[in-house]
Structures are given as structure tokens and as C-alpha cells.
Design a protein around this ligand. Structure first.
Ligand code: ATP
Ligand code: MG
Length: 226
């Protein structure tokens, strides 16, 4: 089993959105998936409870003793949605101590970079945890010959500073708000729902496929059962 935390100190970068969508995509590919919501805001728990059934399970738990025993549960992937502010350090510490991998969604904006690198430098890299930063809310309109400006900007900057990142990214589309409102994932919408639906779904597939490739090529991203 693989325990994956979705973390980033800055609020609103897409942690809960990404957690629910990776869970939906991995469950659709046949994995037994559990989402653990350790955020007192309970965003992913609310999402989970307000729509039709998802193909994964969810537990909202901030009990440090329970979190340290996540590996005993019968799942292939456990995705942990963490709070925006890291004020609840004992919970974050318990989660990261048991994690195999960290995904950090981030906007390309200047305001997102400092919290992102702080999260990496203070919590992820000192633990030796494999991780990838994912460019989120990439502006679909800002595109030139090289590609999408937001994603390229963030990834170039991370390359320059020696941080690991995805190659794929998620563009910013309104369907994510609609999905949250309906308690569904964007994969549950027919491609005819809006002009951007198929594009948003293609982004999610690319990110999920890349994650599975990273995991397949790096066995150290999975610990054996304790
Ligand atoms: N790729 C995207 N395109 C459009 N909207 C997005 C995208 N990703 C996230 N959002 C929206 O951005 C908002 C914040 O996302 P989300 O709640 O997932 O962030 P968060 O990091 O979990 O925030 P917090 O730190 O408060 O827990 C939500 O309204 C969500 O629908
Ligand atoms: Mg959240």
C-alpha cells in the first residue's frame, strides 16, 4: 500500500480538489482507495458526503494514534488531505511520518512559491520523502509555442532551484467548482457537459498516469507493511 499526503501550506491551491480527484481516478483504475481528511475544515469529507457514491472510501480523523496506524488498513492507496495552514503540527507530523509520497499542488503565482518551498524545505525534504509539485489552476488561455505559460513558469523555476515536479498539470476550469457543488468528481460528468469538460478530464488522466509511472519506476515510494 502507498500512503500519499497532499500538502501545501498555502490555502486554496487545490489540495482537497486534487485529493478527491486522484482518489476517483485511482479507484476508477481498480485500486482500493481511502481518503483521509485531517483538515478541521473537512472539505473533502463534505464533498464526499454531498453527492452520489464515490468508488473510494473516506475517513475524517485527526487522532494522531489512528493516523500512525494507517498502514494497517486494507487499501492499495491512502490519500491524505491536509490543512492549508500547518498550525496543527502534531497531525501533520503524524501524517508525514507515515507517508510514502507527497503531492504538492501549487499555482504559478509568486505568492504561492514561498509557502510551497517552505513546505518542501521544512517538512518534506528533511524526511527524505519522494514528492512532486503539481502546477494547478493553469490558465488555459495563456499559451504560446512552448506550452502553457503558468505551468512552464512554475516548472522552470522549480528546475532552477532543484525541486521535483510533474510534467503534466491541471488547467483552471469551472467544472471543478461544479463538481464540488454536486459532490461529484469531474470524471462523473459527460464530456458534453461543457466545452472544457473533456479537457479537464484529459488533464486528470495525464496527471494520474504520470503518478503511476513515477511510482512504478521508484519502488522506494512504497514501504512494505509494518
Ligand atoms: N484546476 C482547477 N480549476 C478550477 N478551479 C479549481 C482547480 N483546482 C481547485 N480549484 C478551486 O479552487 C478552490 C480551492 O480549492 P481547494 O479547496 O481544493 O484548495 P485547498 O488547497 O484544499 O484549500 P485549503 O487550504 O483551504 O484546504 C476551490 O473552489 C476549487 O474548486
Ligand atoms: Mg482543503
Amino acid at each position: 500500500m502507498r500512503i500519499v499526503s497532499v500538502a501545501q501550506q498555502k490555502g486554496g491551491e487545490g489540495k482537497s480538489t486534487l485529493t478527491i480527484h486522484l482518489a476517483a481516478a485511482l479507484a476508477a483504475s481498480g485500486s482500493r482507495v481511502l481518503v483521509v481528511d485531517v483538515d478541521p475544515q473537512r472539505s473533502s469529507a463534505w464533498w464526499f458526503e454531498h453527492g452520489p457514491e464515490f468508488a473510494f472510501d473516506l475517513a475524517a480523523d485527526t487522532d494522531v494514534a489512528n493516523l500512525s496506524r494507517l498502514r494497517e488498513l486494507p487499501y492499495d492507496v491512502v490519500l491524505v488531505d491536509t490543512p492549508g495552514s500547518l498550525h496543527d503540527l502534531p497531525v501533520l507530523t503524524a501524517v508525514l511520518d507515515v507517508s510514502d509520497f507527497v503531492v504538492l499542488p501549487s499555482k504559478a503565482s509568486a505568492l504561492s512559491i514561498a509557502p510551497l518551498t517552505r513546505t518542501l524545505n521544512e517538512h518534506v525534504i528533511p524526511r527524505g520523502l519522494p514528492y512532486r509539485v503539481l502546477a494547478n489552476k493553469v490558465d488555459p488561455r495563456q499559451r504560446d509555442g512552448r506550452g502553457y505559460r503558468d505551468a512552464l513558469g512554475l516548472y522552470d523555476l522549480l528546475d532552477g532551484a532543484g525541486y521535483e515536479h510533474f510534467r503534466s498539470f491541471l488547467r483552471e476550469y469551472k467544472i471543478y467548482e461544479d463538481a464540488a457543488g454536486e459532490g461529484m468528481s469531474i470524471l462523473d460528468f459527460p464530456a458534453s457537459y461543457s466545452r472544457a469538460t473533456a479537457k479537464a478530464q484529459a488533464d486528470l488522466s495525464a496527471v494520474t498516469a504520470e503518478l503511476l509511472t513515477v511510482w512504478a519506476n521508484n519502488t522506494s515510494t512504497e514501504r512494505t507493511s509494518a
